[in-house]
Design a binder for this molecule. Sequence first.
Ligand code: ATP
Ligand code: ZN
Length: 285
Amino acid sequence: MNKLKIAIQKSGRLSDDSVKLFKECGIKFEVGKSKLKSTSRNFPADFLFLRDDDIPGYVEDGVADLGIVGKNVLVEYGNDVESIKELGFSKCRLSLAVPREVEYPGVEYFQGKSIATSYPNLLGQYLKGKGVDAHVHQISGSVEIAPGIGLAEGVCDIVSTGGTLLSNGLKEVETIFKSEAVLIANNKLSDEKKELLEKLLFRINAVQTAQNHKYVLLNAPNDKLQQIIELMPGMRSPTITPLAQEGWSSIHSVIKESDFWENIETLRKWGAEGILVIPIEKMIS
Ligand code: ATP
Ligand code: ZN
């Protein structure tokens, strides 16, 4: 029988959200500290729990059919795999940082200096693009301590809040790459596996669309109904139900999370009241 082999990070900053994504897609499997592999009970898939750095290579070789990895790792290693979908979690950036006391003039500061990083390729490409010639010192971890111990004059490292840099006496001066988790696939999936991937993508899309939308219920005076329908057209059109009180209706619709606050204020201005906003679990349009 055909099954998808899906590689996810065993333990780290991608793990919890990767597991959550498949659970939200209704795919059940067990996760345990000592587990290397787990078979889903209700979807034809085996999950492999690996170090994130190994995932692009395994997907390229076909040991795994699919994988979830940070875009930073994918681009750094440059494996020959297909990037299928951005997943919206584990968002971070790769940045250059220098000791706090440095008066930073611009990227030319790094000319002739040494920079410690775990991302020599991404950094090398960036510096080349800027015409800066620096010595790139590759180290595999704890990059942020390099200036403090005299190993390098700057660092190029993953940042999300900047707290780690700050606590090591560094300041962020350039963002060179923006990353988030991505779903990758082997380039030569069989037709059967492609079909399973389509099934999985259909579910991922439903989960993602739902997360970007809210279900809204509200009461409004009938003379404002037309305006409100135009403001929140919903999926096909909103549901309108008359209230027991003459001249009022209840409106149910779906709005985009990103438009949420702006629309709610307009609706209140038009006399809408009793507004309820409810999260949506799955959304299939
Ligand atoms: P492994 O043991 O699997 O090799 P690791 O220590 O190399 O793990 P993590 O720190 O778990 O890796 O980071 C995995 C990925 O998560 C990174 O490649 C990056 O895409 C993303 N990431 C890293 N740091 C952050 C952060 N602070 N916030 C959000 N995402 C991050
Ligand atoms: Zn790693």
